[in-house]
Design a protein. Structure first.
Length: 180
């Protein structure tokens, strides 16, 4: 659980600074990933432990790391329908099958976006998923402003929809602003 001091340390310009804003690109794949990881069924998490574990699974998709401090996971919590104050494990134990499933997901994303050319999984993570952003909570929605990079002109050739994200397990939608 984030202490009050830690929570205040991530507030930036009235929002929360995030380092993994690019995960929104995988919007349409996230429910399928959670189902294939047996974290949910019928668009519902099977239990709270699976919901909190999903936060770290998303981070593994983004970075390839199985351990990330909770302070870096507010966007993941929002996407998993958890309050920012919810405690999540600092690591997950991935089976070889789970790691392979996630690699396959990223390969599928790369193959469905020909405009970015041939990219390795780590190259895709570094160029698109590991991305600074600012997460803001509004009364009826979350907002995410993604940091612009030079090659973001390719976003307009992306086959993925991510401007508004709302999963059944989320209390309010996430509106994404990705300038290009």
């Amino acid at each position: 659980m984030l202490s009050e001091k830690q929570n205040n340390s991530v507030i930036n310009k009235g929002g929360i600074s995030v380092k993994n804003a690019g995960i929104v690109l995988l919007n349409t794949y996230i429910p399928m990933l959670f189902e294939r990881l047996n974290l949910m069924a019928d668009k519902k998490f099977l239990n709270t432990d699976n919901q909190t574990a999903a936060v770290q699974y998303l981070q593994y998709v983004i970075t390839g790391l199985t351990s990330t401090e909770e302070i870096f996971l507010p966007l993941n919590k929002v996407l998993c329908g958890l309050p920012l104050s919810a405690s999540v494990p600092e690591e997950i134990n991935l089976s070889d099958n789970e790691a392979s499933l996630i690699s396959g997901l990223i390969d599928a994303v790369i193959s469905h976006w020909p405009a970015i050319g041939d990219s390795s999984i780590d190259g895709f993570r570094g160029n698109w998923l590991v991305r600074n952003g600012l997460l803001l909570e509004q009364n009826e929605r979350w907002e995410l402003i993604v940091e612009k990079r030079a090659y973001d002109i390719l976003i307009n050739r992306s086959p993925f929809s991510f401007s508004i994200i709302k999963y059944p397990w989320m209390d309010k939608p996430l509106h994404v602003q990705w300038p290009y």
